[in-house]
Design a protein around this ligand. Structure first.
Ligand SMILES: Nc1ncnc2c1ncn2[C@@H]1O[C@H](COP(=O)(O)OP(=O)(O)O)[C@@H](O)[C@H]1O
Ligand SMILES: [Mg+2]
Length: 269
């Protein structure tokens, strides 16, 4: 059995270093009673989660707890069996053009750098804005170069993904997500596949995005990032949200056995 945690009260200024109450925006991503099964496996169990505009939520939890499925459900890469998911007040349509548009509002950066191998770095960043957002090629290129500069890879614009390091590719993936002007970006273990010396260059870009007010849901085991940039930590185990707290409270005073057990394992190496 897992212990139920008190939901965090975002209006309570005594709850650590979260964003100040007057900076909290409207609810942006709202999951209500979400259930997801893979066959008999109940992978998401009645998930209620609200992420507000400008908020950075770090999702932690042991392998297999449902973190990736949660991200994929928010982006409609997975269907859900019950409950609702809304992005900025609109429920996710199941298919078609409306889905493409809403999905474009939700950027996604995966663990594996899933850039298009046969397109240049700049093409990777301009493709979505041209095809989905209907921007002109010139406009998409100009914005694409600005974004590549922002993540520090503008000098690589005409190269192909395989010519870049993993850290550079992941920064391109972030620029590609930003190019769609998403309302929220989901990061699913964006640094897990990187060589250690490249982790920080990606985390630095993510921290600066967080500081600029981007709404972010980040699955990561990088505690430094959580401490530096997260307003809230959501801890999952066995398909449930077991505990939520601001990072300081979570790392120093986790309440549930599952969270304490998880922290004892990741903090000892
Ligand atoms: N496509 C799938 N088909 C069947 N089971 C899946 C599929 N994807 C994930 N699972 C299972 O769902 C559970 C949650 O997986 P996942 O969301 O990937 O967890 P996490 O990202 O926290 O490691 C795991 O038990 C996993 O094996
Ligand atoms: Mg995962």
């Amino acid at each position: 059995m897992v212990e139920a945690a008190e939901p965090i009260d975002l209006s309570d200024p005594t709850q650590g270093p979260s964003i100040a109450p007057d900076q909290i925006g409207e609810p942006l991503v709202v999951l209500t009673g979400v259930d997801k099964y893979f066959g008999d496996l109940h992978v998401l169990q009645h998930i209620d989660l609200t992420v507000h505009k400008g908020e950075v939520v770090v999702v932690l939890g042991p392998s297999g707890s449902g973190k990736s499925t949660l991200c994929r459900a928010i982006n409609r890469l997975e269907t859900i069996q019950s409950g609702t998911i809304t992005i900025d007040g609109s429920e996710l349509p199941s298919e078609g053009k409306a889905l493409a548009n809403l999905r474009a509002d939700v950027g996604m950066v995966f663990q594996s750098f899933n850039l298009f191998a046969h397109k240049t770095i700049l093409e990777n960043v301009t493709l979505g804005p041209i095809k989905v957002r209907k921007k002109s090629t010139a406009e998409a290129k100009q914005r694409g170069m600005e974004l590549l500069k922002r993540v520090g890879v503008d000098s690589q614009a005409s190269k192909y993904p395989a010519q870049l390091s993993g850290g550079q590719q992941q920064r391109v993936a972030i620029a590609r997500a930003l190019a769609m002007d998403p309302k929220v970006i989901l990061f699913d273990e964006p640094t897990s596949a990187l060589d250690p010396e490249m982790v920080n260059e990606v985390l630095d870009v993510m921290v600066s995005l967080a500081k600029q007010g981007m709404t972010m849901i980040v699955v990561t085991h990088e505690m430094g990032f959580a401490r530096k940039a997260a307003n809230r930590v959501v801890f999952m185990a066995d398909g449930q949200i077991v505990e939520e707290a601001d990072p300081e409270t979570f790392f120093t005073a986790a309440k549930s056995h599952r969270a304490k057990d998880f922290l004892s394992k990741i903090l000892t190496h």
